[in-house]
Write a protein that binds this ligand. Structure first.
Ligand code: CTP
Length: 397
């Protein structure tokens, strides 16, 4: 989360400037305030109107247009931010920065600032590989300027190679890595959430009553504590929280693959209600009624994501937290489940219908660790999440 953070975004002149619009949106979604500065060349690619509409504030665009000089000079503009991001950073802007030139608003801000600067270069591959640009990059890195990208790939000019600007979410991650605060800043946590849907045929599936509320609350609390969160969610009722990377899946198999792709992580919280079985005979065609004959479904066991990750020999997250949905003998079953699955903690809850927990707003959990069982009072799922996240922060140190 970037709540309360101020980012000064300088948009240079390049075709990648269109991605800066999405970047503004993504930063604001995470709670950052974005002050946009558009270079003269940048304004050839995106309009001041679209930039200011997305940023929700006026766009600054030229040194001599700074009519607000009296109330907010360029020095103040550059220093009031928590981070300056240049996206796209053109070869020209980088050359100006490396040479200490200040002949327009953007280069003047960059010279006058004492704030940390992050560049997202974007240029033709030959320009990027040119000795002058490489020299400038080395100089800027020596000066303490941060870089994200460029990526390699197909370019708008038809060539291929390094020079493509990083995607908005990659830039956001780089911004968060610099600005995030909280006990879990710099930590990466994977959360699974929601039910899974296991197809019977192309139109029918097997599901369960999980709403995704508890997993969503945990992901939100983790992001609020500054963690970088990968939120792997089945088809849940509640929308995913802001400020997390959402990976939407349907089946248990897809969920396992998404979790494995999201590793490495400092911790993983498996709050999803994963279907234990899938229909082995699920096919590409809808099952039809055949003169009163009942269909017979054959099942196969799904991979156990929690157990698979808990038992990884290399690359296991240092803290693996599972859930146990039980209807009777909650502590005994959950304690056995912790040992069976090999995870560090189990958050056990009683999901018997009388409790109203499954799909409800509250939860009454028992935390099972190596030290034993700790019953928490009944509280909202948001409070359970906060308390669990505080424990995770404590455990990760
Ligand atoms: N889990 C998982 N993959 C599965 C099944 C469960 O990752 N295929 C995880 C859940 O996310 C949860 C924990 O395992 O963190 C326990 O889930 P639960 O449904 O309580 O346990 P089961 O393994 O289904 O055991 P049982 O049905 O015997 O209670």
């Amino acid at each position: 989360m970037l709540a309360g953070k101020r980012v000064l975004l300088i948009i240079g002149g390049g075709i990648a400037a269109y991605k800066a619009l999405d970047l503004i949106r993504r930063l604001r979604e995470r709670g950052a305030a974005v002050t946009p500065v558009l270079t003269r060349a940048g304004a050839e690619f995106v309009t001041p109107l679209s930039v200011s509409a997305l940023a929700g504030m006026k766009v600054f665009h030229d040194l001599f247009d700074l009519t607000d000089e009296a109330e907010m000079g360029h020095i103040e503009l550059s220093r009031s931010a928590d981070l300056i991001v240049v996206a796209p950073a053109t070869a020209d802007l980088m050359a100006k920065m490396a040479g200490g030139q200040a002949d327009d608003l953007a280069s003047t801000l960059l010279l006058a600032t004492d704030t940390e600067v992050l560049l997202a270069p974007a240029m033709n591959v030959r320009m990027w590989e040119h000795a002058a640009t490489q020299r400038n990059t080395a100089t800027l890195k020596d000066d303490g300027i941060g870089f994200v990208g460029p990526n390699a790939g197909d370019m708008a000019c038809g060539e291929h190679g390094p020079g493509r600007m990083s995607e908005p979410l990659e830039i956001v991650a780089a911004v968060e890595a610099r600005l995030a605060q909280g006990p879990l800043a710099g930590r990466r946590v994977i959360v699974t959430s929601g039910p899974t849907h296991e197809p019977i045929d192309p139109v029918r599936y097997i599901a369960n009553r999980s709403s995704g509320a508890q997993g969503t609350a945990i992901a939100r609390a983790l992001a609020g504590a500054g963690a970088e969160v990968v939120f792997v969610t089945g088809p849940a009722d509640v929308p995913p929280p802001d400020g997390v990377e959402v990976v939407a899946v349907e089946t248990a198999q897809e969920m396992l693959e998404a979790v494995e792709a999201a590793l490495p992580a400092d911790a993983a919280v498996f709050a999803a209600a994963v279907a234990d079985w899938r229909v082995a005979s699920a096919g590409a065609r809808k099952i039809k009624k055949e003169g009163g004959k009942l269909p017979v479904l054959e099942f196969a066991e799904n991979p156990d994501i929690l157990a698979t990750i808990s038992r990884m020999e290399a690359g296991r997250p240092p803290l693996v937290v599972g859930f146990a949905a039980e209807t009777d003998d909650v502590v005994d079953h959950a304690t056995a489940k912790r040992a069976r699955k090999g995870c560090d903690w189990i958050v056990a809850n009683d999901v018997s219908p009388a409790t109203g927990i499954m799909g409800g707003a509250e939860n009454a959990v028992t935390l099972i660790t190596a030290d034993g069982a700790e019953a928490w009072p009944r509280m909202s799922k948001a409070d359970v999440a906060q308390r669990l996240v505080a424990r995770i922060a404590e455990a990760l140190g």
